[in-house]
Write a protein that binds this ligand. Structure first.
Ligand code: ADP
Ligand code: MG
Length: 334
């Protein structure tokens, strides 16, 4: 694994919806996401529904344009490509696999005919079309089923046909959005095995979105997306003679880190925390005497901000002094 193929920096995607009243509503699907994917890497993405996984894939695949930040694939800055160049990028350099892979396939055509169809539509006609279709079906280990109508194939086999079609343009990058979402565990396993095999044989970089946290054992690395940002990354470590997966939180470019909600609940942490250094590392804990937690009592916004900053350790005595002074001055004005 070598150079990065994908670099996303502070990637933002905002959807604007016009509701019935004519007012527009904004959805921030990606909120400053940073990620790098190496050439040849097989990356898994997990995250709750609505966290922005599909949006990220759509941006990487040139189906959607970023609203802000950068998305580089190879040397191409997707946000800056002309509509035509983006179109070409999507057709020539990316392969897509969807959850319902068979959705765009035709049930009464054979596997081979289904693969031939997009080849023909993209202008690859003649005897070679059939040969190429068989070659693609070979890649997904389905050649012996080439003459079967799609409706005669199992869900897993249908997904293989869809993968064969995704490979037709010899992409460098394969994007898969919950490719095993509708399959049972055993079949899902065979699809992951196939994807790994293609990753190795074709040196194909893959980004695979999944609902299944168990995806970690099938890919090189798993990242979790939360609220449109990268929240954590699961890496493999060798320990006690075995392989383990460890989930690490990810810092953003400004050094912010997201604390898992369940930890906040467990330690009854609400708006503010104490951050202290210990010989072991950095300790984040609930401040003592949490009396203004939740509601702000009769503190002013400014006072809260000043106290917050002091509590968060971002500032020092001078900040507290400023806060004190401003309270005094307000007192005098009254
Ligand atoms: P995921 O794939 O993780 O479930 P999505 O990327 O599909 O999440 O969606 C992220 C957020 O963006 C959601 O709030 C979703 O409703 C919104 N969203 C996604 N696509 C569109 C779109 N085309 N128009 C408007 N909002 C969208
Ligand atoms: Mg999705």
């Amino acid at each position: 694994m070598n150079e990065p193929l994908i670099i996303c920096e502070n990637l933002v995607k905002i959807y604007r919806l016009n509701n019935e009243g004519g007012a527009s509503v904004e959805v921030q699907a990606l909120q400053g996401l940073d990620i790098t994917v190496k050439d040849g890497e097989m990356l898994g993405i997990v995250g709750a529904s609505g966290s922005g996984k599909s949006t990220l894939l759509n941006v990487l695949g040139g189906l959607d344009r970023p609203t802000g930040g950068r998305a580089l694939v190879g040397k191409q800055d997707l946000g800056r490509l002309s509509a035509r160049a983006l179109d070409e990028y999507r057709r020539e350099q990316v392969g897509f696999v969807w959850q319902q892979g068979a959705r765009n396939l035709i049930p009464y055509l054979t596997a081979a005919e289904n693969v031939e169809l997009p080849l023909t539509l993209s202008g690859q006609v003649g005897r070679s079309t059939r040969e190429r279709a068989l070659e693609l079906l070979e890649l997904v280990n389905l050649r012996e089923r080439m003459g079967h109508r799609l409706e005669e194939l199992s869900g897993g086999e249908q997904q293989r046909v869809a993968i064969a079609i995704a490979l037709a343009n010899r992409p460098k990058l394969l994007l898969a959005d919950e490719p095993t979402g509708e399959l049972d565990t055993v079949t899902a396993q065979t699809i992951y095995d196939l994807l790994r095999d293609l990753n190795t044989r074709l040196k194909l970089t893959m980004v695979i979105v999944s609902h299944d946290p168990g995806i970690a054992k099938h890919v090189d690395r798993v990242v979790a997306v939360r609220d449109g940002k990268l929240a954590s990354e699961t890496v493999r470590v060798q320990k006690d003679g075995g392989e383990h997966h460890v989930e690490l939180s990810v810092l953003d470019a400004a050094g912010r880190v997201q604390i898992p909600r369940e930890y906040l609940e467990e330690f009854e942490i609400k708006r503010r925390v104490l951050i202290e250094t210990t010989p072991e590392g950095i300790l984040i804990r609930k401040p003592e005497g949490n009396h203004h937690e939740g509601e702000h009592g009769n503190l002013s916004g400014e006072q809260i901000a000043a106290e917050n900053e002091a509590v968060q350790g971002q500032s020092s005595l001078s900040r507290i002094w400023e806060s004190f002074k401003s309270r005094m001055i307000k007192g005098i004005k009254k």
